[in-house]
Structures are given as structure tokens and as C-alpha cells.
Ligand binder design. Structure first.
Ligand code: 9D3
Length: 251
């Protein structure tokens, strides 16, 4: 896969690729990353890339021409869509990540200031995507989220394909709790089932924990799922146990 990022801060993007899975993906040649800085294509004497908004108001707006030139360069690197990262876009989720991870190429457009001249978006942008309902100071952190989430799905990037398969969200559920040595910390023991060696019981316990946590913390995720009989029974069990704990606490 190749990802080209149009950004005023290419160093922010390059830095991600020095660590962890993106680094391995680049080293293995699974991921190629390019950055295109509109400032390098600013035609004016001061190399400025922003200007005041028509109609007035606070902040500045990224100008059409330098961004258009940077996108033109990025387009020569492949044939994928131009994706504008913005708070007005569709919210990224794991389903979308999986779809985009299958593409051979894409161009991520990261904005700064108040945004980019709308005519650039109309002319050059294929899709507009957000990473969540909170305010960032620019598109670069969102581009990093995209690159990280996509890269770990590239075949061969994780080393251990099983761990991508087991991911929380891959099955639409939150993850179960994890434990490692020592077996007891300040009187708190690891759940017995995990040290018993009964792998069927362990699988069922983990599935039940995933279901129970999703029910308690993210009911919105659970609503999107169709549980099978085993899952339904495990969850009902979890809820019953939780309710009996609650009635012990408040007699
Ligand atoms: C204070 C500025 N806001 C006025 C109400 C508008 C605004 C402009 C530019 C808010 C954020 C940004 C910069 N954000 C992004 O470039 C961005 C983003 C985000 O802020 N939230 C979630 N996803 C994304 S993707 C790109």
C-alpha cells in the first residue's frame, strides 16, 4: 500500500513511521509513505499558504493554489482516492479501516487553520472523513490515526496474524481483561479459570467478559450485533451475576 499525505507538517507524519508496527511495515516494504507540503508549491514571494476568510471572522483559510499543486504531485504516485480529513466528515470506524486497508493507494489531505478553500474540496476531494467528535488543531493527528489503524491490517505487518483477527472491534466487541505474572498482587489474584488450563473454559470466560463489558460500557456496539445462542446465554449469565453482586452491595 502507498499513502501520500498532503500536509504543512510532514515531520509529524514521518515521525510515526519510526516506531512500532508502521516502522516494521515500511521496513518490510508493505507500506510506502510520501508527504507533499503545500508550502513547497506556494507561488508567492512569501511562500504563504493561508489568507484571511472572505466574509470576515477569526482565523485563516488554506489557499487553493498551493494545496492543489501538492495534490497534483501526490496523484502522480498512484491512483487512489483523495481523502480530506476534517471534523465535517464521516466518522472512522473499524469497518471503514478494513475497507481502506484493502486499497493500493490513497491521498490523505490534512488541513490546518480554519480549513481549506471550499472550491479545492469540491474540485479535488473524493471523500471527507473525521476521526471522532472532538476538536483537533489540524488534520495531522487524524492522518496518524489513519496510517496506524490501516498499517496494522496489512498482511505481514503484525507478524502474528491471529492478534489482528482477535482484535477488539474486529468482532464488534470490546476486549476481555488481560493478566500476567505475578499470580497475586496485593491480595488480588488472577481469575482462577485462567490458571486452570481448561482452554474451552478460558475461551468461554473471555467471550463472556467481552460480551459483559460491551453490554456495560458500549451498549451501542451490542445493538449492532446478532448474538448466537452461546453468546446470548453467556451474556445473560453475566448480567445475572452482576445483578446479584449489586443486590449484595445494596441490601
Ligand atoms: C476552532 C475551529 N473550529 C471552529 C468551530 C473549526 C475547526 C477547524 C479546524 C475545528 C477543527 C479543525 C482542525 N481539525 C481537523 O483538521 C480534523 C479533525 C478534528 O478536529 N476532529 C476530528 N477529526 C478530524 S480530521 C481533521
Amino acid at each position: 500500500m502507498r499513502i501520500d499525505v498532503v500536509t504543512l507538517f510532514p515531520d509529524m507524519i514521518g515521525e510515526l513511521c519510526r516506531f512500532g508496527i508502521p516502522r516494521i511495515a515500511v521496513e518490510k516494504g508493505l507500506l510506502e509513505l510520501g508527504c507533499w507540503n503545500p508550502r513547497d508549491y506556494a507561488a508567492n514571494r512569501h511562500r504563504s499558504v493561508d489568507d484571511r476568510p472572505y466574509g470576515g471572522g477569526p482565523g485563516m483559510v488554506m489557499q487553493f493554489q498551493p494545496v492543489a499543486e501538492a495534490i497534483r504531485m501526490a496523484r502522480q504516485q498512484g491512483s487512489g482516492p483523495v481523502i480530506y480529513l476534517s471534523p465535517q466528515g464521516r466518522r472512522l470506524d473499524q469497518r471503514a479501516v478494513q475497507d481502506f486497508a484493502a486499497l493500493p493507494h490513497m491521498i490523505l489531505l490534512a488541513g490546518r487553520y480554519e480549513g481549506i478553500d471550499e472550491r479545492l474540496i469540491e474540485q479535488e476531494v473524493d471523500q471527507e472523513w473525521s476521526v471522532g467528535d472532538y476538536v483537533l488543531s489540524g488534520g495531522e493527528p487524524a492522518a496518524l490515526v489513519w496510517i496506524d489503524a490501516l498499517t496494522r491490517l496489512l498482511p505481514g505487518a503484525l507478524g502474528d496474524e491471529a492478534s489482528a483477527q482477535c482484535d477488539s472491534f474486529m468482532n464488534g466487541l470490546l476486549d476481555y481483561p488481560h493478566y500476567t505474572r505475578p499470580e497475586v498482587i496485593a491480595g488480588q489474584a488472577v481469575p482462577k479459570v485462567l490458571v486452570g488450563g481448561n482452554h474451552t473454559a478460558i475461551r468461554r470466560w473471555r467471550l463472556q467478559q467481552s460480551l459483559g463489558r460491551t453490554w456495560a460500557r458500549r451498549p451501542d456496539l451490542l445493538e449492532q450485533l446478532e448474538l448466537n445462542d452461546e453468546q446470548q446465554a453467556l451474556l445473560e449469565d453475566f448480567i445475572r451475576e452482576q445483578q446479584s453482586k449489586e443486590s449484595e452491595e445494596n441490601p
